[in-house]
Each structure stands twice: as structure tokens, then as C-alpha cells.
Write a protein that binds this ligand. Structure first.
Ligand code: NAP
Length: 251
């Protein structure tokens, strides 16, 4: 019997694919059988080579996802390389830390552009292709700050709240077309995104003390959830925000 987690013959687009959570997700999808278009800020070949070493096809595109032209380029590149988008993982994201009273318009706009606007419009572009084939999986990377307000990161919290809501809004319209739209909310994961938190001993300990699993997460902790949501194992899962957080939200 074919495994419900098998992704052979599928093509996936992963944004922010070369580092952190994006790299782990890319390698998990490739291990399960998918070919990957890796989307990054600047051209990086290392993760693409790892995908090829797993026997899968890898294509790369370098774009800044802060504008609509880049979103169109990514969708076009996926069609040129693979002729279809079966799986989209909207992973690229940025964070700006500053007190509310000092927070700048730029720190608001930059974060919303990449974390919220590009997520929606890339999902829209993928959905237009998926609707034709009545099949597809869209996975948005949300955050604990889709549920909580966080500290010093108002635009990040707003953008991740938007990711959760857009996930549900898109799921409601697209489920009838055989498209599953879901999100993963990672807990505190050891990546570049959390470097400054991990370097602050007070914040590091405060966070660690609240995690029931008693450890920070690693990018690899997201691999099972993404393969599940990308595969037929999740065909009746729609509009869900799956926390992979060592129990943080349960506390
Ligand atoms: P990361 O190591 O900083 O990786 C972010 C990725 O996004 C990088 O590949 C980065 O490319 C890419 N990226 C950023 N801005 C971009 C842009 N304008 N255009 C194209 N690519 C861009 O962070 P991460 O922790 O793996 O984050 C991945 C996702 O998980 C993000 O959406 C983040 O918000 C979310 N998340 C992370 C955590 C955590 O604890 N780490 C928790 C919850 C949610 P460059 O490196 O070239 O800039």
C-alpha cells in the first residue's frame, strides 16, 4: 500500500528555503518524494544540492518577496520548471524588534509586506493553478504570535495574526476545489530569527522555563507536520493552525 505521506511526483514551492525552518521543511518534502523550487533572497545553492542528493529535482530563484513583481516571478518560475504547483510552503518571514513608542512606519510596512501580503498573493497564485487540477496543499508558517501579542514585535504579531486568519479565509473558499489550506505555528525554534532572544540570558531562560517540553525547538521539529499537511494524510484537514511548540500554548 502506498504511504499516505508519499509525495512522489509532487512539486513544491518553499520560500525562505535555504536556512532555518525553510531548509528543514525543504529537505523533509524532498525526502518524502517532492521536487522543490527553492525561493530565497539571494541565490544560494547548498540546500538545492542537498535536495538533488536525495534524488529529487531542485530549482532556485532569488527574489525579494517584498513586492508583487517577485510574487509573480515565483509563480511563473514554478510553472516553467515543473508545470504545476502541488504544494506551497509560505515560510519566508522577517521580524523587527522595537518598543511600541519608537516603532517606525518602515518596520511596520517591511514586515507586513513579506509576512502577510506576499503570503496571501503567493497562495492566490498557487490556488489559481491548483483549482484547475482540483488538488493542492498550501501551508503557511504562522507563529505563537498568531495567538499571542509578544513583546517588542507589534508588526510581527500583526502579520502572524493575519497569516492565521488568511489561512482560514482561504481554506473556506478553496476546500471545495480539493485544496487544503493550513498553517503551522512553530514555537521557539533555534534559527537566525530568534538569535537575539537566545543571546539574552534573561529572555532565554524565561522562555525555556515556560516550555513544557523543557527545550527550545529545532528546525527538524517541523518536518513531520509539514509532510503531514503536504500529503494526502491531511486531505480532510482545512483551515487548521497546527502548533508545533513543545506545549507552549497548552500552558
Ligand atoms: P530565518 O532563519 O531568519 O529564515 C527566514 C528565511 O526567509 C530566510 O531564508 C530569509 O532569507 C527568507 N526571507 C526573509 N525575507 C525575505 C524576503 N524579503 N524575500 C525572500 N526571502 C526572504 O528564520 P526562521 O526562523 O527559519 O523563519 C522561518 C519562518 O518561521 C518565518 O516565517 C518565521 O516568522 C517563522 N517562525 C519562526 C519561529 C522561530 O522560533 N524561529 C517561530 C515562529 C515562526 P535571507 O536569509 O536571505 O534573508
Amino acid at each position: 500500500m502506498k504511504s499516505p505521506f508519499d509525495l512522489s511526483g509532487k512539486s513544491a514551492v518553499v520560500t525562505g528555503a535555504s536556512t532555518g525552518i525553510g531548509r528543514a521543511v525543504t529537505l523533509a518534502l524532498a525526502s518524502a518524494g517532492a521536487d522543490i523550487l527553492l525561493v530565497d533572497h539571494s541565490k544560494k545553492e547548498d540546500t538545492a544540492k542537498e535536495v538533488q542528493a536525495l534524488g529529487r529535482k531542485a530549482a532556485v530563484i532569488a527574489v525579494d518577496l517584498d513586492n508583487m513583481e517577485s510574487v509573480r516571478k515565483v509563480a511563473d518560475k514554478a510553472m516553467v520548471e515543473f508545470g504545476k504547483i502541488d504544494i506551497l510552503v509560505n515560510n519566508a518571514g522577517i521580524i523587527r524588534r522595537n518598543p511600541i513608542v519608537d516603532f517606525t512606519e518602515k518596520d511596520w510596512d517591511d514586515v507586513m509586506a513579506v509576512n502577510a501580503k506576499a503570503v496571501f498573493f503567493l497562495a492566490q497564485a498557487a490556488a489559481r493553478d491548483m483549482i484547475k487540477r482540483k488538488s493542492g496543499k498550501i501551508i503557511n508558517i504562522a507563529s505563537l504570535l498568531s495567538f499571542q501579542g509578544g513583546i517588542l514585535v507589534p508588526s510581527y504579531a500583526a502579520s502572524k495574526g493575519a497569516v492565521a486568519q488568511v489561512t482560514k479565509a482561504m481554506a473556506n473558499e478553496l476546500a471545495q476545489h480539493g485544496i487544503n489550506v493550513n498553517a503551522i505555528a512553530p514555537g521557539y525554534i533555534e534559527t537566525n530569527n530568534t538569535k537575539s532572544l537566545r543571546e539574552d540570558p534573561v529572555r532565554f531562560k524565561a522562555i525555556l522555563d515556560r516550555i513544557p517540553a523543557a527545550r527550545w525547538g529545532k528546525p527538524e521539529d517541523l518536518q513531520g507536520a509539514v509532510v503531514f499537511l503536504a500529503s494526502s494524510a491531511s486531505d480532510y484537514v482545512n483551515g487548521h493552525v497546527l502548533a508545533v511548540d513543545g506545549g507552549w500554548l497548552a500552558r
